[in-house]
Design a protein around this ligand. Sequence first.
Ligand code: ADP
Ligand code: MG
Length: 303
Amino acid sequence: MLKVENITFGYSKSPVLKNITFNVDAGENLAIIGESGSGKSTLLKLIYGEYDLIGGHIFWKDTEILGPKFNLVVGYDFMKQVTQEFDLMPVTTVAENIGKFLSRFYLDKRQERIEELIAVVELEAYSKTKVKYLSGGQKQRVALARALAKEPEILLLDEPFSHIDNFKKHSLRRKVFNYLKKKNISCLVATHDKDDVLGFADQILVLHDKRIIEHGSPKELYDNPKIPLVASFFEEFSDIDNRLYYAHQIQIVKNSNYMARVKQSYFKGRSWLIEAEYKEQTIYIAHHENIAPSTKIFFETIK
Ligand code: ADP
Ligand code: MG
C-alpha cells in the first residue's frame, strides 16, 4: 500500500537519509526507531509530502506523494499526521477541536463520533474544557483524536506518547493502536520508546547513519540484535565474547569460568539489575535479590 522506493533527501547538500526502501500494508503498524537526529521525523515529513525528494519515489496505492515543487497544497485526504508540535485551537473546547475535523459524512452521527474519539484518548472528563487549560500530555491526546477524526487510511505519528505520563501511557497506547487495527488504518510511528513498539509494531525500521541498518519484526530484532545499538533500544545488555546478552540471559551461579565483581545493584520491580565488572568491562545481570558492592560472583550465559 505505502511504497517507499529508494528515497534520498537532505535539507542542504549533505543527505540526511539515503536509499530508504520499505513497504507498509493496509492496517500495518511500522515503527521507525533510531537515535535523536537519525532522521525519523524527516522520514515522516517526506512521506507526508512536506519536502521534495532528491531521489526515489513514494506511493500510497496508485498516488505518488509529491513535494511542494509539484503539489501546491501539502497533504492528502487519505493521510494524517501528528507532529511533535501539535497545533490546536487554544480557546475552543476539546470536543470542538475534534468536531471541527470530522468528515461531513458524520454530520448526523456527529456527537456520537466525537464521544467515541474522546474515549479512545481517554479525555471524557475534559470534553468541555478549553484546550489552553490542558497539560502537554492532554493536548497531545487531543491532537491524536483529531488526526483520527477524518478516518485516514494512513496515519503518521511522531513520538505520539512522549508528553503523556506513565499512569496513562500504557492504557492509551493499547486503545489507540487497537483502534487503528480495528479500522485497518496503516500507521507509522517514530519513537525512541520501546514500549511504543513491543506488542504493537508489525515491523521495525532502524535508522542509523542515514540508512536503514535493520528491518524486521520486533521479535526478530529483539532475539537477534545484530549491533549493540539495536539491543540498547530494548534493554540493558552485555557484550560477552562478542555476543550480546540481555540481563535476563545471564545467570549468577555458585561456580563457573566467568568471574565478575559487583559494582552496584538497582531495584527494577520484578528483579534487581546487578551492574558488575567483568574483564574490565561493565556487564548487567538480572537477579532476584540485591548484592553488596565488591562481592565476587560467578555467572553463566543462557541463550
Ligand atoms: P529525529 O527525528 O530522528 O531526531 P530529524 O529528522 O529531526 O531526526 O533530524 C535529522 C537531521 O536533520 C538532524 O541532523 C537535524 O539536525 C536535521 N534537520 C531536521 N530538520 C531540519 C530542518 N528543517 N532544516 C535543516 N536541518 C534539519
Ligand atoms: Mg524527531
